[in-house]
Design a protein around this ligand. Structure first.
Ligand code: ADP
Ligand code: MG
Length: 316
């Protein structure tokens, strides 16, 4: 039998009420997925997809409209207290009282969670996020990267089995991004299940065991990273033909062929298995006259398109 999910989400929906001139906003339209225990799970999607809404529901900051969510087996509706104890949330925004030291920040948070003094491990946590030497420094003197690491330590004070990071590296430089990736990996090796949201495909690719893609409030993929990234190995050649055609060419090497203009077709292929030259040769061999050609790499956008148009949506 599979081990139980760290997070189990079913038909989760959120409608933000209309405000002023804005109509109601369907931010989540019935999303279901499981986060397996022990993994680094990436929730990937463009800005506005609904990632933070989902995270904030888990954090108890946003009221869901319908559906259900369990954290470590505890249902948000029936057992909010235990659900909250099982998860640590690292928000996207960095906010600290500038006059507390990192040690005080962690001690205060432990107090809020009711962690008894004897069970606190603030110094150990500071060591874990490589801030041991900053225990007594004012938060305002910390660099941006140090503040982010402190936020992670803060999310761990009650020793939750699951930690969620909402866009940990948005607007962060390359060096800090690497540091954060390392830290996330270390935590996961230590046994913590990690969920992170990101709009960077590369980040999800580097870190995550599994990736779910959310777009316009809908889950459009949920696959092991290996499988998903394979889809980004696709390349597209756009060909302008010498005349309009009603018949589209086909060949086993063409993953997809679509008419995109009066005389323009797009052929998608796997760049590990063929190349644009061979595609053109095939087209010419089938009697298509070519007057112009361009190619582009598949990107996240194409993966989205492939997934949204695929018949086997969300093969779990
Ligand atoms: P993401 O984190 O993926 O960028 P969000 O969950 O923040 O997406 O937002 C999803 C959608 O819900 C967006 O269209 C956003 O404008 C809208 N939204 C988010 N928060 C609110 C709110 N408090 N009131 C109304 N609409 C909101
Ligand atoms: Mg967000």
């Amino acid at each position: 039998m599979d081990s139980p999910a760290a997070i189990r989400i079913r038909d989760l929906a959120k409608v933000y009420a209309a405000a002023g001139n804005s109509p109601p906003k369907h931010a989540l339209k019935g999303v279901s997925f499981d986060v397996p225990q022990g993994q680094i799970f990436g929730l990937l999607g463009p800005n506005g997809a609904g990632k933070s809404t989902l995270i904030n529901i888990l954090a108890g900051l946003v009221m869901k409209t319908s559906g259900s969510a369990e954290i470590w087996g505890f249902d948000l509706d029936r057992d909010l207290r235990n659900a909250k104890r099982s998860i640590g949330i690292v928000p996207q925004e960095v906010v600290f009282d500038p006059f507390f030291t990192p040690l005080e920040v962690l001690e205060n948070t432990a107090g809020l969670y009711g962690v008894p003094k004897a069970a606190r491990r603030s110094l150990e946590l500071l060591g874990q996020v490589h801030l041991a030497d900053k225990a007594g420094a004012y938060a305002r003197t910390l660099s941006g990267g140090m503040k982010r690491r402190l936020l992670i330590a803060k999310a761990l004070v009650h020793t939750p089995p699951v930690i969620v990071l909402d866009e940990p590296t948005a607007g962060v430089d390359v060096e800090l991004r690497r540091q954060l990736w390392e830290l996330v990996s270390e935590l996961n090796h230590g046994g913590v299940t990690v969920v992170l949201t990101t709009h960077y495909l590369e980040e999800a690719e580097q870190l995550c065991d599994r990736i779910a893609i959310i777009n316009h409030g809908e889950l459009i993929a949920n696959k092991p990273t290996r499988e998903l990234v394979g889809m980004a190995r696709e390349k597209v050649v756009v060909v302008t033909l010498d005349r309009e055609t009603g018949i589209l060419p086909s060949h086993p090497a063409f993953l997809k062929c679509a008419k995109v203009g009066e005389r323009e077709i797009e052929v998608t292929y796997d760049k590990d298995h063929t190349n644009a030259g061979e595609i053109l040769t095939q087209l010419q061999g089938q009697g298509f006259g070519i007057v112009d050609v361009s190619t582009r790499e598949a990107d996240l956008e194409d993966v989205f398109v492939t997934l949204t148009t695929s018949a086997t949506k969300d093969a779990a």
